[in-house]
Design a protein around this ligand. Structure first.
Ligand code: PHE
Length: 521
């Protein structure tokens, strides 16, 4: 292999890791682990990455590289290549199954969506899957940007030295953590303050896509991402040396049988797709930049390892501190905003570290949000064609931007609770049934990440595994000229059997359909 290929392979891995590593790792992973039994969640998560996430990631990269189109045309093209034209009816059947599962949870809006899916899959086939991926990506961006906005606010707080309110400076870490948590709760309860950060974050995302400084940011993120890892290490060192930290390490790394519930498994599965950027058209798009000389297995493996390391490191940075300062690990989305200020406060040059940390987190979040908006935009560009003219990039980005901003407002105004929009709160509780959480951000996140992502991933696995088939697709898995049969064979097996059955079992488990069997065991 020539030197050049090697370098560009690394470039691809770093770019994909840049899209994968984001708020999902540092903000979401720790609080999900905290809410779902710590070590048990982590163990299930890692197993899901290996047996379900990675095979699906390889498939998405393959689809992208083979078709080199936007997601909707790509899915359609792979379907036409399929040996088996009936996969689309399997899709309809799955959609019907989802409708039943949602009905048991009284989630009527999702039931309607799933029923529409039954019809659309049968009629239009896999292009619909492309649309679903795009819509899910935009929906996720709408609240991702709200969290991005929180980070903007925390950069401001650390820059002005007010991350930790003056009154408590120099007192015990416990008190600092309590005040930071209260300050965070007060912050998200004030929608106008949240709005500022959200708008700034969305504006930076849109501007980056339009202004063409994308390349610059990507180059910058190649330096900043490794720095983020180093900074995480620094925080870990401080966090594990706090008195009482050991309990946190144990919580994160020691699985217990009692914590093992259907909910934990579903959450871990959803988190795998969210964190690896799967099921949202992104990895397909990135895959289309891959050359034939690249080895997809290796690339996917590296992205998986880097992403999982980032998540575990974030856990190691947060939990020892959470336990040391007496916060509840199940504090939810505000976990890092309560715990981290206390860690920084106990460090020499705390405000400087804090500013750097939140800034890097901002960069990591922006590289991800740009990717999310981009996939919507690419679809709109190709679909806004008039005659032979392609739609303009500007209009496409604008449409995506406006859609996400309007949807994001819902999350902004309901992050604390529904008190700013009580009528909407009632409507959502009625239409989302058991999927509804106390606010729109958590409700949408629950629906999009824990239900839609595993569903789109399951469809992708079936399309590639049973339609295109590993025998034909697998030839492209390795770099040209490489002959290493066993790996594609293992991938094919995982993709055909292990990933789809795994995802299906989790769905059945959560909907309670496995209870009678489990009781007998
Ligand atoms: N994987 C990203 C994260 O962990 C989120 C994301 C999903 C980014 C999809 C881009 C596309 O934060």
């Amino acid at each position: 292999m020539t030197r050049e290929n090697w370098t560009s392979s690394i470039g691809f891995i770093l770019a994909s890791a840049g899209s994968a590593i984001g708020l999902g790792n540092i903000w979401k992973f720790p609080y999900m682990a905290g809410e779902n039994g710590g070590g048990t969640f982590v163990l299930v998560y890692v197993l899901c990455v290996i047996f379900i996430g990675l095979p699906v990631m390889c498939s998405e990269m393959l689809i992208g590289r083979h078709t080199r189109r936007n997601i909707i045309n790509a899915m359609g093209k792979i379907e036409r290549l399929s040996a088996n034209q009936n996969v689309r009816f399997v899709m309809s059947a799955l959609s019907a199954g989802m409708a039943v599962a949602f009905a048991t949870m009284h989630a009527w809006l999702p039931v309607v969506l799933a029923l529409a899916g039954v019809y659309l899959f049968a009629k239009k086939g896999f292009a619909i899957l492309g649309w679903v991926c795009t819509i899910v990506a935009l929906a996720i961006l709408s609240y991702y940007a709200v969290i991005g906005g929180w980070i903007v606010e925390y950069i401001r707080l650390s820059l002005t030295g007010t991350l930790v309110p003056e009154a408590v400076e120099g007192v015990a870490a416990e008190a600092v953590a309590k005040t930071s948590q209260t300050a965070f709760d007060a912050y998200i309860a004030d929608p106008w303050r949240v709005l500022v950060g959200f708008v700034i974050f969305m504006a930076v995302t849109g501007w980056m896509l339009l202004g063409g400084i994308r390349a610059g940011i990507e180059r910058m993120s190649k330096i900043l991402m490794p720095l983020l890892f180093i900074l995480l290490l620094v925080v870990i060192v401080r966090s594990v040396t706090l008195p009482g930290a050991y309990e946190g390490i144990e919580f994160l790394l020691k699985p217990t049988m009692d914590a093992f519930t259907p909910q934990v498994v579903l959450m871990a599965l959803g988190q795998v797709f969210f964190s690896l950027s799967l099921g949202m058209a992104i990895t397909v798009t990135y895959g289309s930049y891959l050359h034939k000389e690249h080895n997809i297995l290796k690339a996917a493996g590296w992205v998986g390892v880097l992403d999982t390391c980032a998540a575990l490191m974030a856990g190691l940075a947060i939990f020892p501190a959470v336990f040391a300062v007496g916060l509840a690990p199940s504090a939810g989305p505000g976990l890092i905003f309560g715990a981290l200020p206390a860690v920084f406060d106990s460090m020499w040059l705390g405000p400087v570290w804090a500013t750097c940390f939140f800034f890097m987190l901002f960069i990591a979040a922006v590289t991800s949000s740009v990717a999310l908006l981009e996939c919507g935009a690419t679809v709109f560009i190709e679909r806004l064609r008039r005659g032979h003219k392609r739609g303009s990039r500007r209009t496409a980005v604008l449409i995506g931007f406006v859609l996400c901003t309007v949807m994001g407002l819902l999350a902004v105004f309901s992050t604390a609770d529904w008190s700013h929009m009580p009528w909407l709160g009632k409507a959502i509780e009625a239409s989302m049934g058991d999927l509804a959480k106390g606010n729109w951000l958590d409700t949408l996140d629950n629906f999009a990440s824990n239900w839609m992502l595993p569903f789109t991933a399951l469809c992708t696995a079936l399309l590639v595994g049973w339609g295109w088939t590993p025998r034909r697709a697998g030839r492209e898995l390795l770099a040209q000229g490489e002959d290493w049969r066993i790996a594609p064979a293992i991938w094919g097996f995982l993709l055909r059997w292990v990933s789809p059955i795994g995802i299906l079992l989790v769905f059945l488990y959560v909907a309670g359909f496995l209870d009678p069997i489990l009781k007998k065991l």
